[in-house]
Design a protein around this ligand. Structure first.
Ligand SMILES: Nc1ncnc2c1ncn2[C@@H]1O[C@H](COP(=O)(O)OP(=O)(O)O)[C@@H](O)[C@H]1O
Ligand SMILES: Nc1ccn([C@H]2C[C@H](O)[C@@H](COP(=O)(O)OP(=O)(O)O)O2)c(=O)n1
Length: 418
């Protein structure tokens, strides 16, 4: 089978390559043309030999896993002087057109080692390797696609010239979010786990737990209140207190029954990991439907967490790189039970850090990232505020536990019939 990437050749002039220079929103965008032209300003400052490695296989599970392991693979094999930057290639405004990979700046003494490693990678069906050459005048850069044949290294099949492109309005990852990061119906999330059964046998066990009834249809007799927020904002404290105060049932998403497999899916790429969490909500929804026929239900994390972490992780940079407010990416899945009220606990970053330290527990990798990466934390919180159906009510969790509890009880009185 011919590489899928080859068919991209004809579209190169309209494809944009976007290099994530520092995870802080500094994207270097360029397009390609067949006529020699001056490269974008930022490109002209680059001194090193450059390459791109894009992952573009047909099997989405295999491609996602390959891309997930690619950074480590490149870091292990390439000389230490190679700088790796995430790159995406996409057709502007075309949904699902994004392909991911890495852009390499090779400042090593040993160019042949880098070429050997990339040449071997280029043989794979799911990888497209290109090299970038500076023209003799210094202002022009050309891109050459490696053919991927046995004598690949300098077997160049087509040369294009690097030219400036228009800035995208939002982060290019937004193009591929639906059904890759966020799933808006149970069937789409199930499909991902069905496709992964052969390589992740635990997927079968998860699928067996996901019921088939549509719990979204009947509205529960008693209120269902969801408590959301970043780690250490006080969700556990609040949900326990509400249970006592209201004589409520307490549930969480992902549900207890998924605990044995959570660590397995946390090690998988976003496509698989986010499908797992999406399905966790459907299992919790079924439990909610049952419990809320007998008593009020309090839920620790639910759809807002699933959507917000997924969206905030898929993009880099400031809050402005998120999908814009009102985007359909913030919608509620129509087949997922809606709660009566969602409360988002927010906390000043310093106080949150103090509580995390006081608790003295090990953090998840993602929470360590939150700690180190203020931008990420801001993106998650802003995404929480943008999710609709129902929208969350924001509560400052800074005051004493009792004061915050009284405020949430008041909100429940206002919003729900008890
Ligand atoms: N309103 C509050 N004021 C002070 N400390 C709090 C408050 N709410 C919770 N805590 C403490 O902060 C830490 C994190 O709270 P926790 O409920 O475990 O958060 P989460 O479940 O959101 O991770 C715990 O040690 C808890 O006792
Ligand atoms: N309903 C949920 C709950 C958690 N998640 C994901 C979102 C983040 O990646 C992690 C956060 O989980 P974490 O272990 O920090 O959660 P707790 O604060 O311990 O409840 O889980 C989700 O996607 N959907």
């Amino acid at each position: 089978m011919a590489k899928r990437s080859m068919s991209l050749l004809g579209q190169w002039s309209s494809r944009v390559f976007s290099i994530d220079l520092d995870k802080r929103g500094a994207l270097l965008n360029f397009a390609l043309t067949e006529k020699p032209q001056q490269a974008p300003e930022k490109f002209r400052n680059i001194q090193e030999r450059c390459y791109s490695v894009l992952v573009c296989g047909d099997d989405r599970i295999q491609s996602a896993r390959f891309y997930f392991g690619l950074e480590d693979l490149l870091r292990n094999e390439l000389p230490a002087e190679c700088e790796l930057l995430p790159v995406s290639s996409y057709l502007p405004h075309v949904k699902d057109s994004l392909i991911r990979g890495y852009f390499l700046k090779d400042a090593s003494e040993c160019p042949s080692l880098t070429r050997r490693v990339l040449g071997a990678l280029g043989l794979s069906e799911q990888v497209q390797v290109c090299s970038y050459l500076r023209g003799p005048d210094g202002g022009r850069w050309s891109q050459q696609l490696w053919s991927g044949s046995e004598n690949q290294n300098m077997d160049v099949s087509k040369t294009c010239y690097v030219v400036p492109s228009e800035e995208a309005n939002y982060h290019p990852s937004v193009l591929n979010m639906e059904n890759s990061d966020v799933f808006y119906c149970r069937a789409e999330a199930c499909k991902v786990l069905q496709e992964s059964c052969d390589i992740i046998p635990e997927s079968r066990a998860v699928l067996e737990l996901v019921g088939k009834t549509d719990a979204s249809r009947h509205s529960p007799d008693f209120p269902v209140v969801v408590i959301e927020g970043l780690d250490a904002t006080g969700k556990t404290t609040m949900t326990e207190s509400l249970r006592e105060a209201l004589g409520a049932r307490l549930l969480r998403s992902p549900p207890q029954c998924l605990s044995p497999w959570r660590a397995v899916f946390d090690r998988e790429p976003p496509l698989i990991r986010r499908a797992f969490y999406a399905l966790g909500n459907y299992i919790t929804a079924e439990q909610m439907g049952k419990e809320a026929s007998q008593a009020p239900v309090i839920v620790d994390r639910y759809w807002h967490s699933t959507a917000s972490y997924a969206i905030a992780t898929a993009v880099s940079g400031p809050v402005s790189s998120l999908p814009p407010e009102g985007s359909p990416l913030y919608r509620w899945p129509p087949d997922l039970l809606q709660p009566s009220l969602v409360v988002l606990l927010t906390l000043d970053p310093q106080e949150r850090k103090r509580r995390l330290e006081a608790r003295g527990q090990g953090q998840t990798d993602e929470e360590q990232e939150l700690d180190h990466n203020l931008l990420f934390r801001l993106r998650v919180e802003e995404a929480y505020r943008r999710v609709r159906g129902p929208a969350c009510v924001v509560v400052d969790a800074g005051p004493s536990a009792d004061k915050v509890l009284q405020q949430v009880l008041l909100l429940i009185k206002e919003h729900c019939r008890l």
